[in-house]
Write a protein that binds this ligand. Sequence first.
Ligand code: ACM
Ligand code: ZN
Length: 561
Amino acid sequence: MKKFLLILAAFALLCCSQKTPEFHVVPMPESVTPGEGVFQISGKPFYVEEVLDTSSRAAVERFASQLSLVSGKASAVSSEDSGQPVRFLLNPNLGEEEYALNVKKNGVNVEASAFNGFLYAIETLKQMLPEEIYGSAKASAKWNLPVVSILDSPRFPYRGVHLDPCRHFWSVEETKRIIDIAAAFKLNRFHWHLTDDQGWRVEIKSYPRLTEVGAWRDETMVGKDFEQFDGVRHGGFYTQDELREVVAYAAERGITVIPEIDLPGHMVAALASYPELGCTGGPYEVRKVWGIAVDILCAGNDEVFTFLDKVFDEIVDIFPSEYIHIGGDECFGSRRYKGEIPWDNCPKCRARMRKLGIKKGPEARHYLQNYVTARVQKMLEAKGRKIIGWDEILQGNLAPGATVMSWRGTKGGIEAASRDFDVIMSPNKFLYLDYYQSKEQDKEPLAIGHYLPLEMVYGYEPYEGMEPGTEDHIIGVQANLWTEYISTPEHLEYMLLPRLCAASEVQWCSAENKDYKRFDASIDHLFRMFDVMGYTYAKHARGLIGLPGSEQKAAPAEDCQ
Ligand code: ACM
Ligand code: ZN
């Protein structure tokens, strides 16, 4: 932190003396050495070393054409070296996501060893320029970069954001906007929660009823009233062409899409489509209320595994990700639910338990879930993929090779790491962006509950509470956006921003490089970025509450303790 106060002071000094632009890049790069003066980049030609791969070259070309558009001065890109001042060079000594950036008064050198490194260098350059760089028309601005030397790489290799299109459906265009903003903050995974009780969103050609029936619910509960309904049919799904389009779009921005097929719970939309997959045979209907359903896939019926195998055949064909998320959360009713579940009374499930030697008792359901998880894990291994599951998959026995996504706080992640599993930390307390951003809930759009202000997201330390020596099992951190109470793109973005930016520093910055005061000083820059890009965002950090149009002043801090 001391290092950054010094850096900020140096930039502030330069700012007064030579109008060097402020340095407010988020997430803050790992090492920043400021110099004196500026380099004026508009209209300057770019050199791209011949050896750069086509994706890196395309990224440089996109940056050059964006700069040309907003500055009104063309920046030509060429691989013939004529001493161009803006230079993109391969440096095989840097890590895959690392980059080095050297701005001098007479030019810029960008070095990386791979595509993501070049992408992150470009994102840093964009944030060092006036926010108009994100615009869609010529803008009058000073296209100056501060003289600086940066060497940067992320703390965690997995930096994710999750989106739920099941509770409310988000168009391909809105989904791409979420990917765009994630890319601007150097995230590299998009966890797409494509199936749930309230809607099945992915076209599966071998099971057409999943989208003919399962993608639609007749109506939805109103607010938090489980007995009142809006009478409006809701739904939608992505065709396989659309899914491929999103995968390619994300890949161009350095982001891998990880699909989630949530099982064996959260499957009511699939059961409504194919009732024979449930223990009772139904009838089932696509769920119209939130909360946790008791009906789940039958674990004793081999047809269920044939179904999953065929579904995953199509899923792996669409999504090239190393990981497939198989859910695994909330399989046995809500946490308060103490009743029987269909598995308890299903002859097929009971026969399966007997065959597996699972003894009766409260743990039996966990062991049967372990059986389902392990069988799906094997199925996916045979297709060349690894599984991620929510932390419930740890209950009982979990086979080696699974990655655990810790969402019920950090406990599951800590335990998983100490049991030698890789972990993605996504604790609800710090990273569930559907939680309220203020304690003055009456001034906020309806949310699921709880309280998660920007500072709290920022303050999350993924290694806290871990057994020493197990830290390397934390491969990443993810922010999640569930959408039970979010039905418009404006509200969605309001919940995401700027909390996603705070999360990006948890994901990218070393613990020593984090400093909320320094981050807070970047917030006006972030807000100008969002304005130019046309995103809706929350302004709690500047004393306002509520969606734009209904914003109100926040109460003085002591009133909302
Ligand atoms: C979850 O929030 N049910 C993973
Ligand atoms: Zn059953």
